[in-house]
Design a protein around this ligand. Structure first.
Ligand code: TEU
Length: 560
């Protein structure tokens, strides 16, 4: 049965995320840039995607690789200039590809003009752009910081004998959205980019923007690991997003996706409900957190638990069904490579596993967010030395663990699986030095497997992950059932098999994914059916059984 879902382009779109620092370097400085992306427009076009999500390209001291913005209207020198941006935007639009940018307005860089002014004096006109608490009343109630050297979100500032709030690094002070001037500044900069012609925004930790400015103690139930749920449910969050929608978003035909950190299935519809006039979709953090403890340490062996993974995906599909829309993802710049995180990156299984995960990504209900490099099955680099890391998150947590006398071996082994830098190594274009990413010294090491895992070698192999990815995209675009069809999980308790059905206008499609190295037989009335795509050359079918090979993934159209 098909639900009375509203069909629209941003539900049918496939998004491809480009982390500019690591995509392609055009000038040999070891850092990816806009001209580098322009040089790969043909490649991007051939993927068949509809929208590019570009991570921040604004001026920034790069304390958090561009998520600490010092000027929202200027391009970071390392990435190029505004005419490069305009050339890239035109190039994408000429190919019929939309561009969404990253809106990072929960915080700015401490080098932003607003903060430079704000910290000068307590009566500076910009003082109330940020969260300041005078020190004479003692330190405010505890707030945790994701990246702070000591995990403390209050930073004492000598000049005005006050503390300022920073949920992330101390160089990322939180903007005070309670100040209408701040909100107007944000809306103005959003209009600036929309008037340049962009097609939407991915909104960085947008759920964190509202704070109770009495700064009460964090309720006990949120302490420990789930204080992001507290941050994500501020008192005026929805007032602000409704206002943003009224003042800006409603005036353009755009795509908006919230980074829904802290959202739950209980409250997500307040943010993305079709009747809410807030955002169109958001992505949650439940599966990335599976089996990870504080500081992304691996706990036991649960981090690949497929039964839990299926439960999470099914719960979120159920919560959004017919009332909102989801964003489907495994990889992004904050996540390790999906083939390492969720399947198997050994030379023997990596290609099959990557194709299997891409099959999941492109046959689920919700807009697929594909991360650059996953189309060729790039894997975790698994650094042995902390000196190889570039990410403030891993580096600060490592030194915090070191100061506490914690287990650094366990930390390093865990981060070979969970660290963000695993997803930030440069794209591997060819088997030549640095994978063809740069003629200089890359800002972060290239995965040494670039000699065998690269675009060039896969372009010439019709059975490669890359060709399979393109076929999956074609399949999704030809079959509305894969976009809008109802979703039903089958075999929920099977530990290695992810089997689900999509149904739309009287048609059924079954997707069978083997998440293991074992052969998996399962009962399946193989009444007349077509194999729409298969990551192997054949499929073992008997009268009432199907047997999947290791990491085999098939999409079956069930005959009427
Ligand atoms: O991310 C929010 C965030 O908390 C994650 O970065 C964090 O790593 C979490 O553990 C997810 O696994 C956004 C951006 O995507 C991220 O790159 C920035 O570092 C962060 O906000 C601050 O802007």
């Amino acid at each position: 049965m098909s639900s009375n879902v509203q069909k629209t382009w941003w539900k049918e779109a496939i998004v491809y995320q480009i982390y500019p620092r690591s995509f392609m370097d055009s000038d040999g400085d070891g850092i990816g840039d806009l001209k580098g992306i322009i040089s790969k427009l043909d490649y991007i076009e051939k993927l068949g995607i509809d929208v590019v999500w570009l991570n921040p390209i604004y001026k920034s001291p790069n304390d958090d690789n561009g998520y600490d913005i010092s000027d929202y209207r200027e391009i970071l020198d390392e990435f190029g200039n505004m005419s490069d941006f305009e050339e890239l935007l035109k190039g994408l639009h000429d190919l019929g590809i939309k561009l969404i940018m990253d809106l990072v307005v929960n915080h700015t860089s401490d080098e932003h003009f607003w903060f430079q002014e704000s910290r000068k004096s307590r009566d500076n006109p910009y003082r109330d752009y940020y969260h300041w608490v005078p020190a004479e009343n003692g330190k405010p109630n505890k707030r945790w910081s994701f990246f702070d050297k000591d995990g403390d979100a209050w930073k004492f500032d000598e000049a005005t004998n006050s503390y300022y709030l920073h949920y992330f690094s101390e160089k990322q002070p939180d903007l005070k959205w309670e100040n209408p001037k701040v909100r107007q500044e944000v809306y103005d900069l959003m209009h600036y980019w929309f008037k340049k012609g962009i097609d939407g925004f991915r909104m960085d930790v947008i759920t964190f923007i509202s704070k109770d400015i009495a700064y009460p103690p964090i309720p006990e139930k949120f302490n420990g690991k789930s204080w992001d749920k507290f941050y994500g449910a501020g008192p005026k969050l929805h007032d602000y997003i409704k206002e943003m929608n009224r003042e800006v978003l409603s005036k353009y035909d755009i795509l908006t996706v919230g980074e829904g950190i802290g959202t739950t299935t209980e409250n997500v519809l307040y943010l993305v409900g079709e009747d809410r006039n807030e955002l169109q979709m958001s992505y949650h953090f439940e599966h990335p957190a599976l089996g990870l403890g504080d500081r992304k340490l691996i706990i036991g062996n649960d981090y690949k638990n497929l039964v839990e993974f299926k439960k999470i995906q099914t719960k979120w599909d159920e919560a959004l069904k017919g009332k909102g829309w989801g964003a489907i993802y495994l990889g992004n710049h904050d996540q390790p490579r999906m083939v390492s995180r969720w399947a198997n990156d050994s030379p023997e299984y990596r290609p099959y596993a990557a194709k299997m995960l891409n099959t999941w990504l492109l046959t689920m209900r919700g807009t697929p967010f594909c991360y650059m490099g996953d189309e060729i099955g790039m894997a975790n680099i698994k650094f042995d030395n902390i000196e190889d890391y570039r990410d403030i998150e891993t580096i600060n947590w490592y030194h915090l663990t070191e100061r506490e006398g914690g287990d650094l071996d366990h930390f390093m082994e865990s981060h070979k699986i969970s660290a963000r830098d695993n997803g930030r190594t440069p794209i591997q274009w060819e088997p030549s030095v640095n994978g063809g990413f740069t003629t200089g010294t890359p800002w972060i090491k290239v995965n040494p497997n670039y000699t065998s895992v690269n675009v060039e070698v896969q372009e010439s192999d019709p059975k490669s992950v890359l060709h399979h990815y393109r076929k999956l995209i074609e399949l999704r675009k030809k079959n509305d059932i894969l976009v809008y069809g109802d979703y039903q999980l089958l075999e929920p308790n099977h530990k290695e098999l992810y089997l689900y059905q999509r149904s739309w206008e009287g048609q059924d499609v079954c997707i069978a994914l083997n998440f293991s190295t074992q052969k998996i037989p399962f009962d399946f009335k193989t009444r007349n059916m077509d194999v729409l795509i298969n990551n192997y050359d054949s499929l073992s079918i008997s009268e009432s059984k199907i047997e999947l090979e290791a990491f085999q993934a098939v999409v079956l159209k069930i005959g009427t």
